[in-house]
Design a binder for this molecule. Structure first.
Ligand code: GAL
Length: 351
């Protein structure tokens, strides 16, 4: 594991980058700033290394990361909370509204903007663990929460992300990783030719462009939302389908087959040009497939300008607005309960 200086966060504190590598030539870089994933180098079909995640060139980019959420650890709660408020144990809690009247990704002081503690590095496991103490009332949530995010790079070419949370009061615990992948490389351009499979028969339709789920679980069958057999992301993204018109392209939560708490296949994506395939597994009930529709001329690493749909996100999660939707699995952890969840991004390469 290699530790390098990333930049000054303020007068007294600095941020660092940690690079983990394996014997197959994969290199992953994460930072204690925001527990963000900044770089993922993978040898392509010709053995040339491609960086398959979008990101910023320097710390300054990550300090303003409230729009794209490149590489972010999002918390306490991923996606939207309708009306920026919720009731828990008979009390109403309010959060900042940062997208119309709703709360998106926990508001303007997201965990991706905090300096985390690099708590421990385990060379034998190729793991680094970041720790964040989130005080009672942080972002409007009850309870003092301790959150650990561990990144592991295995010899099986897996990036394992483990989240562990424990709070002194009942609270919401629904973190995710918001990395934008482009399996042709961060400077490859459009992701529309990537082939995507989603292991989901149903998804959660939204009411309108505010993207709050209706509470219904709709069948993907017979609609452009059906990725069960695999198809290019771009095949039907602009079709005249109400749900896609609302969101301007894929930006929906898919209901994963299988039980919450058990690891299961969620998604598979491949890029012909690089020969790189990414598989996602999780123990969570849902996955947000976001096709990068809102990306707009964002300057990133090496001055590369990322345009609309130049990256995609596969964010494992409890369903959007689950805290207000009794029909959805609850994202609440009880006081004193220790909750662990895991997501695996597995890389396959054609040689
Ligand atoms: C996604 C969300 C999108 C958009 C994006 C950040 O998780 O579903 O609607 O807000 O984050 O730009």
């Amino acid at each position: 594991m290699k530790k390098t200086y990333f930049g000054k966060v303020n007068e007294n504190k600095s941020a660092y980058l940690y690079t983990l590598s394996n014997r197959n030539g994969i290199e992953m870089t994460v930072s204690d700033f925001g527990a963000v994933l900044t770089r993922l180098l993978v040898p392509d079909i010709q053995g040339r290394k491609r960086d398959i995640v979008l990101g910023y060139e320097s710390l300054a980019g990550y300090q303003k990361n409230t729009d794209t959420y490149f590489g972010s650890t999002v918390g306490r709660n991923a996606n939207r909370i309708a009306g920026a408020r919720f009731e828990l144990d008979g009390r109403m809690y309010r959060m900042p509204a940062n997208e119309g009247e709703n709360n998106l990704h926990s508001g303007p002081s997201g965990y991706q903007l905090r300096l985390w503690e690099a708590e421990k590095t385990e060379e034998e496991k190729n793991t680094i663990t970041f720790l964040l103490h989130s005080p009672d009332g942080d972002q409007g949530f009850p309870g003092k929460l301790d959150l650990r995010v561990a990144y592991t790079l295995t010899e099986e070419n897996e990036i394992r992300i483990t989240y562990e949370g424990c709070s002194d009061a009942d609270t919401v615990f629904n973190p995710t990783n918001h990395s934008y992948f482009n399996l042709g490389g961060h400077d490859f351009g459009s992701i529309l030719s990537h082939e995507l499979t989603l292991f989901a028969d149903r998804y959660t339709p939204v009411t309108d462009s505010a993207s709050i789920p209706t509470g219904e679980l709709a069948q993907v069958a017979g609609t452009p939302m059906d990725f069960r057999k695999g198809k290019p992301i771009g095949q039907e993204i602009d079709s005249d389908f109400e749900q896609l018109r609302f969101t301007g392209g894929y930006d929906h939560n898919f209901v994963l087959c299988g039980e919450t708490g058990k690891m299961k296949k969620a998604a598979r994506v491949s890029c012909k040009e690089s020969g790189i395939t990414l598989e996602v597994e999780t123990d969570l009930p849902g996955i947000q497939f976001y096709a990068g529709n809102f990306l707009k001329d964002e300057t990133g690493k090496c001055g590369v300008v990322y345009r609309k749909r130049n990256g995609f996100c596969l964010e494992t999660q409890y369903f959007p607005n689950a805290i207000n939707e009794p029909a959805f699995a609850s994202p609440v952890i009880k006081a004193g309960e220790k909750r662990e969840t895991q997501t695996i991004y597995r890389i396959y390469r054609k040689e």
